[in-house]
Structure formats: C-alpha cells, structure tokens
Design a protein around this ligand. Structure first.
Ligand code: AMP
Length: 226
C-alpha cells in the first residue's frame, strides 16, 4: 500500500508524462477516408474536376475511400476515379436508396444499412478521417454530425473541408458568427481543416489534434452559473 506522499508523486509523474507525450507531434493515422459530397454535380466544372483530383490523390496515397455508395453526382465521379486508379472503394447505403437504384454496383464493398442514421454511425466507425466536398443538405448533415461527435469526444477524428471555388466560405463565415455570438467554441471552429487543394488536404488531416473536453465543459458550467 502506498502512502499519500507516494501516491502524490505517482500522480505527478503520470500527469507530467501525459503532458510530455501530448507535446510530441504524434500524427493521426489517416488511411480510411470517408468523403461526403454532392449527389449532384454542381454548376461549375471545377466541382467535378475537384472530385477527379481528390480521387487521384486518395488512390496515389493508397487510402481506402468510404462514401455514400451512390452512382450519381460528385459521389460517382469520385468513386469511379478511385477505381480507375486501382483504389479500394467502400459504400454505405440504406436499403431504401438501394431500391431506388442509385447504388454503385462496381465498387469493392457495399454495406447495406437500415437507415440514414445507421449509415452515419457506420461511416464514423469505419473511417479514420473525413473530407467534405461541395454538396447540399446531405453533406451539411454529415459535416454537422462529425463536428458534434468530435465536440463531445464521442469521436475524435479529423474533418477537412475541400473548399473548391470557396464553396464553404459562407458556412465558415456562419461558424465564425456562432463563435462571436457565444454558441460555438473557437477551439471547435478551429479544429476544422480547410484547403482548396485536393492533393494537400489528406496529409493535413494527419496533423489533427482533438480538443480536450474538460476545459470547455467547465467554462460553459461557469457561464450558466453552475
Ligand atoms: P447532398 O449533399 O444533399 O447531395 O447529399 C450527399 C450526401 O448525403 C452524401 O455524402 C451521401 O452520403 C448522402 N446522400 C444523399 N443523397 C444520396 C443518394 N442519392 N445516394 C447516396 N447517398 C446520398
């Protein structure tokens, strides 16, 4: 049995060790990348070109692509570019969408799930990191899901926005507004990795550091007079 002084020094040593380890830049493992992107093509050719470029970049890195499994829009362009370059592609799709014949039949593996909620859960479970490309409500929902799970540390996985043609500038301005109005914490806003370069973004995801939960929970308790 250790006495109080010994217990204190054990605690001190283990917390200093933790701080030393945290100060090292340990890179996040990023091999399975889930990409959220439009089921539409978008009006500018640059969106399609970005999906092709991201497909080439991921295949060159020998990453696995996880995505919504569709054969429409930017999703199709991305998945097909990956496959043409020999990359592995995994889809996750609910039954009802498969029945609507929007599933891509040529990919390496298709997970069939019961609902959109289950699909997001499996995407989070199977992926090391996430990239959102330009898209609509579905893409926004997926971005928001990852940010919320990361904020609560239910997940702690990097999220990058591929900001082709400044597509996400308005969303980022809204998030900044959320910070200045006191509804979004700056450290959570700043944890989003942003680049318009499909060849640089995957490597940037490896630099991600999760935000510690304790500090901001204490701060919001204080704000609320707890
Ligand atoms: P949206 O941005 O509204 O076009 O929706 C695209 C995103 O939502 C993708 O990242 C998919 O995971 C999901 N999604 C929406 N519609 C479909 C669809 N028809 N087939 C497959 N996935 C879809």
């Amino acid at each position: 049995m250790k006495n109080a002084a010994e217990m204190h020094s054990v605690f001190f040593l283990s917390s200093s060790l933790k701080n030393v380890l945290l100060s090292f830049k340990i890179k996040a493992i990023v091999k399975k990348i889930c990409v959220f992107c439009g089921s539409s093509m978008g009006v500018k050719p640059a969106y399609r070109e970005a999906a092709v470029a991201l497909g080439i970049a991921l295949a060159e890195r020998q990453d696995e692509l996880i995505y919504g499994g569709a054969n429409v829009g930017l999703m199709k362009v991305l998945a097909e570019t990956m496959m043409q370059r020999g990359g592995r592609v995994v889809g996750i799709m609910p039954h009802h969408l498969i029945r609507k014949e929007v599933a891509h039949n040529g990919i390496d593996l298709m997970h069939e799930v019961k609902s959109m909620a289950e699909r997001k859960e499996l995407m989070v479970e199977l992926s090391d990191a996430f990239i959102a490309m330009p898209g609509g409500f579905g893409t926004l929902d997926e971005i928001s899901e990852i940010l919320t799970l990361n904020q609560l540390r239910i997940a702690d996985k990097p999220l990058g926005l591929l900001n082709t043609e400044g597509y996400f500038d308005h969303l980022l301005a809204f998030l900044d507004h959320g910070v200045s109005e006191g509804f979004i914490r700056a450290e959570h806003r700043d944890s989003i990795i942003i680049s318009d370069d499909p060849f640089k973004l995957p490597a940037l995801l490896e630099e991600y550091r999760p935000v510690a939960i304790g500090k901001w929970i204490e701060e919001i308790k204080q704000e609320s007079g707890e």
